[in-house]
Design a protein around this ligand. Structure first.
Ligand code: SAH
Length: 252
């Protein structure tokens, strides 16, 4: 009886020690993986950002110096959840939670260039997401209004933009299909989710001489990136620019 008690205690002790060893080992493994994340310091991110601008954006033909500068200075990785941060400067969209994605860097720059923004412009964005596109715009224009339909995402992004000192961006939670009448008309409108058709309220909220970029097409298929211009006499011209793939514009 006594011996079996000793054997029992000894085997429990061995089991506990074994578990502790396993736990420590596992923790090291996790930190080695996460470590890949955390060892990427700001300097490395800065170098990756410079390469992103040279190899993905300027190389493909975006020329506007101010846009290239903005893309080089906005810390894209701070708009991406930690678990995906390693992919921040990859040539691809990256998941940001809530089933949504931050657009590929080149597409952000290309769409921004299509808007031909002046310093004084007032811009509407539909589809705030991470706030990255809004942050790029904020460095180029006077005021950015951006609308996000997913409440928790919109609130999180509003906080992030405030923390990063983007004081000329206002985030509204709502259905961007209807635009933001209170601040209309806009010099430029950018829609970063694919619509099945061009929302009439957005066309109505464009200034004469204004521009809008919007992906148009079905859900989860290749869509057309459309450039809409409204001339001085309010005539609307629509042209298809390149094929793109965006998450769908949701409706409330
Ligand atoms: N511009 C974002 C990426 C956009 S992903 C960035 O820089 O990170 C598309 C976003 O549009 C998602 O966050 C999605 O929730 C939002 N969205 C979809 N339909 C919308 C609608 N009707 N109104 C406002 N936002 C919408």
């Amino acid at each position: 009886m006594k011996i079996s008690a000793v054997v029992f205690i000894a085997s429990c002790t061995v089991a506990v020690i074994f578990c502790i060893i396993l736990l420590i080992g596992n923790k090291n493994m996790v930190s080695a993986m996460g470590g890949a994340n955390s060892v990427v310091d700001e300097d490395t991110f800065r170098r990756q950002r410079k390469r992103m601008v040279e190899e993905q954006i300027a190389y493909r033909g975006v020329k506007d110096k101010k846009i290239l500068e903005a893309m080089e200075s906005v810390p894209r990785h701070l708009f991406i959840p930690e678990e995906n941060r390693l992919y921040s400067y990859y040539d691809q969209p990256v998941p940001i939670g809530f089933g949504q994605t931050i657009s590929q860097p080149y597409i952000v720059a290309f769409m921004t260039e299509l808007l031909q923004l002046g310093d004084d412009a007032v811009v509407l964005e539909v589809g705030t997401g991470s706030g990255y596109q809004a942050a790029i715009l904020a460095r180029l224009v006077k005021q950015v209004y951006t609308i996000e339909i997913i409440e928790d995402l919109g609130k999180e992004t509003r906080k992030r933009l405030k923390m990063l000192d983007y004081n000329n961006v206002e985030v509204m939670i709502g259905d961007g299909y209807k635009g933001w009448q209170e601040h209309a008309p806009f010099d430029a409108i950018i829609v970063t989710a694919a619509a099945e058709h061009i929302p009439q309220p957005l066309i109505d909220q464009m200034k004469p001489g204004g521009r809008m970029v919007i992906p148009v097409g079905g859900v989860y298929v290749v869509q057309d990136l459309m450039l809409i211009t409204k001339d001085a006499s309010s005539k609307v011209i629509k042209e298809s620019v390149i094929p793109v793939r965006f998450v769908p514009l949701l409706r409330k």
